[in-house]
Design a protein around this ligand. Structure first.
Ligand code: CP
Ligand code: NVA
Length: 336
């Protein structure tokens, strides 16, 4: 189906972006673009009738869960949503046994949860492909959608200047760094140095960058970092699973990393704003109102003005989650 016909990803897990080559990432992006065109023209692509996938979610989700369910449905597959309250996972049944059971029933497994070691354990014992729907350390399906969105906008990835603002040590910051290194991008983290990724990951990415021509830099001066940027990317300041008490110190530490009009004005005139979502840009959520009562701020990692501006591609990103997840499932499920 895709131009790159001899790309064989059958039965390959999708646990971290680093496990995929630049060619494989490009292949998946192009496959997702093909599926998007089909979907938009309502051309049926039920290529996996009689196949089924299991979706294990130990953390909340809107985009990822819906994307897996709709993508599975479009491909003709059945899907089962499993959450930690209504399954035995980890309580009465080990990860190993659960993985073996599900692999006997399903043709692929998505897992969203806490430590990366949990999904690695599932993958070790499952004989079907396992896809990472988010862990504390990685969010590879998100980054594939982000790369697709950038490619659609700019027609290329190589050499694009992308600046990530905020806490870069969690899933999005980690996976974006790897994705940018793999695709030869010019990637800068703009944050206080305590929020930079771990040295071990940075070292690995710098090695990848030697091969791909990527540039990787770290800058505490946020205004300097965003000059001429093509993409300004941010994420929440406290991630799922982190203690609530972190909100107050994080807001103090990261307030100057907020993506606002002043920062956008320093970037390239055609620059775009990206965010994996959900975002705290107004007071229309219970969490934002609670923080507002306590600390008094109305917007956090991005202002409402930037979030709603023409430069903001956040909803395109969200839509592309479905097309890219469809590409990942279609490329990796072993079709007999
Ligand atoms: N971006 C993302 O993963 O969103 P959800 O948490 O809604 O799945
Ligand atoms: N870093 C965020 C990403 C949400 C998609 C979190 O883990 O909550």
């Amino acid at each position: 189906m895709n131009g790159c016909t001899n790309m064989n990803l059958k039965n390959k897990d999708f646990l971290k972006i680093i496990d995929y080559s630049s060619q494989e990432i490009n292949y998946l992006i192009d496959l997702a673009i093909e599926y998007k065109n089909k979907k938009n023209k309502r051309i049926p692509h039920r290529e996996f009738e009689e196949y089924n996938v299991a979706l294990i979610f130990e953390k909340s989700s809107t985009r990822t869960r819906c994307s897996f369910e709709v993508a599975a449905h479009d491909l003709g597959m059945g899907s089962t949503y499993i959450d930690s309250h209504n399954s035995h996972l980890g309580l009465k049944e080990s990860i190993e046994d659960t993985a073996k059971v599900l692999a006997g029933i399903y043709d692929g497994i998505c897992y969203r949860g806490f430590g990366q070691e949990i999904i690695e354990e599932i993958a070790k014992h499952a004989t079907v492909p396992v896809w990472n729907g988010l862990t504390d350390q990685a969010h590879p399906t998100q980054i594939l959608a982000d790369l697709m969105t950038m490619k659609e906008k700019f027609g290329r990835l190589q050499g694009l200047k992308i600046v990530y603002l905020g806490d870069a040590r969690f899933n999005i910051g980690n996976s974006l760094l790897v994705g940018a290194a793999k695709m030869g991008m010019d990637f800068t983290v703009a944050a206080p140095k305590d929020f930079f990724q771990k040295q071990q990951l940075i070292k690995k990415c710098k090695k990848i960058a030697e091969q791909t021509g990527a540039k990787i830099s770290f800058e505490e001066n946020v205004k300097k970092a965003v000059i001429d940027a093509d993409v300004l990317y941010t994420d929440v300041w406290v991630s799922m699973g982190e203690p609530e008490e972190l909100w107050t110190p994080r807001i103090e530490q990261l307030a100057h990393c907020q993506v606002n009009q002043e920062l956008i004005n320093l970037a390239d005139p055609d620059a775009i704003f990206m965010h994996c979502l959900p975002a705290f840009h107004d007071l229309k959520t219970a969490t934002a109102r609670e923080i507002n009562l306590k600390i008094g701020i109305q917007e956090m990692e991005v202002t409402d003005q930037v979030f709603r501006s023409k430069q903001s591609l956040v909803f395109k990103q969200a839509e592309n989650r479905m097309h890219t997840i469809k590409a990942i499932m279609a490329a990796t499920i072993n079709k007999y």
